[in-house]
Each structure stands twice: as C-alpha cells, then as structure tokens.
Design a protein around this ligand. Structure first.
Ligand SMILES: [Zn+2]
Length: 233
C-alpha cells in the first residue's frame, strides 16, 4: 500500500515537473522570436514600399516628396496637376520662371503643407509666420518660404461647391470650389506669392486679409494660366 502510495506521489511530482517545464519554456524569451520575426517582416514590407516610391521618383521631373506626407488624394492630385502645368514651357510658366526652379519651390511649399480647420471658411490656403528668402547665386532666381502653409479643411480648396450650404466658398476665380481647376488655381496663386520677378517684386502683391486684392491676384493668375488650367478635366 505504501509502495503504491509512494509510486503515486512520484508520478504526481514527475507530472508536476513536466507541466512546470512547459510553462518555463513558454516564458522563455527565445519563444518571443515569432513576434520579432513578424515585426521584422513588417519592416521589410515598409522598406519595399519606400523602394517603390523612390523608383516612382525617377519617372518624374520633380521630387514629389509630398507623396510621403499622407496629405490626401485631393491635395496630391492638385500638386500633380500644377507640376504638369509648370513642367512645360507655356504662357503660365513664362510668368513663374524656369521649370526646374519653380518645381523646386513647389516641392518645398508642398513639404510645409498641413491640413487644419481655420475659422474663416473663405480661406482655402494660408501661408504665415516668418519666411526665409533664397537667391540662386547662378541665376538670380529668388523665392521665399513661409514657416506655415495651412490648407483649410473647411475652405474652398477641400470643400466641394454647394452654394446653398457654403455660399462663401462657392467659387475660386471662375471655377467652382473643390474642383481640380479651382485647386490648381489656388496653388498657382500661392506659388506666385513665393517667387520674385526680374524686377525684384513678388509675382503678385501680398494680400493678407485683403479679400479684394486676393481676388484681383486670383484673376491675374487665372488669366495668365487659363489655357493650362482649362486643360485639367
Ligand atoms: Zn494671395
């Protein structure tokens, strides 16, 4: 009886040890390796997509660094449209200057874009804070860059035309707000604030909160670039 009891106790202790051993294996840090494998494979995926992006860059005349910013398709398409307009010699680009210079400014500008909600729904894009001026020593091409570039979530750049709902933002120049043409016109307007002409003046004067002057500036850019803007469908 005692022997049986001893055998039973022995078997019980042995089983308990085996169970314990399993638990300790499960708790072994080496057992976390599948999780590490998972995370290393996801970083492989992300570096693969970065490779895709860099190979995409080779196909375009300008570094579209904004593609890494997740700005949203509306903004990305508008930046693409303006890139297309400014890549060729035309009446519009004659105002702005050499394509390579202007596209460089567009790229810097795009890298500062942030989407925010501004109180004034009449504002599509706002540039503010300090700016730095840059002069090319080779060509004399001069431009500036503001610290902040905001695209208003509730402004005419992003809000699609609805005159009953948003009467203040129904149009940009001759175009309905929230359309490709309106968005391209707004980007071209902002770009004109950033570049100097050969006489040393900004392509359009600062308009700040001056709605009338801002509208005049938009009209001037629209007239200059109308053919290229109209080509956007
Ligand atoms: Zn302006």
């Amino acid at each position: 009886m005692l022997r049986r009891y001893s055998l039973f106790v022995f078997l019980f202790i042995l089983t308990a040890c085996l169970i314990n051993t399993r638990f300790s294996v499960a708790g072994n840090p080496n057992n976390n390796s599948p999780t590490n494998d998972n995370s290393s494979s996801s970083s492989t995926v992300s570096s693969a997509s970065e490779d895709d992006k860099s190979s995409d860059k080779k196909d375009v005349p300008v570094k579209k660094e904004w593609l890494n910013r997740n700005l949203g398709s509306e903004i990305e398409i508008a930046l693409d449209d303006v890139t297309t307009i400014l890549s060729k010699r035309n009446r519009c680009t004659d105002l702005y200057g050499e394509s390579k210079d202007v596209l460089m400014v567009l790229n810097f500008f795009a890298n500062r874009i942030e989407r925010r909600t501004l109180e004034d729904s009449g504002v599509g894009i706002r540039m503010f804070s300090n700016y730095s001026s840059i002069i090319s020593s080779n060509t004399g091409f001069t431009y500036r860059m503001f610290e902040n570039v905001i695209i208003n979530n509730k402004g005419p750049f992003l809000k699609v035309h609805n005159s009953a709902k948003f009467p203040k933002i129904s149009r940009v120049g001759s175009f309905f707000s929230g359309t490709r043409k309106a968005r391209a016109l707004m980007l071209l307007h902002e770009l004109a604030h950033l570049i100097k002409d050969s006489s040393g003046n900004w392509l359009i004067p600062d308009d700040g909160a001056d709605f009338k002057l801002s509208t005049q500036n938009t009209t001037f850019i629209e007239r200059t670039c109308i053919k290229e803007i109209e080509s956007l469908k």
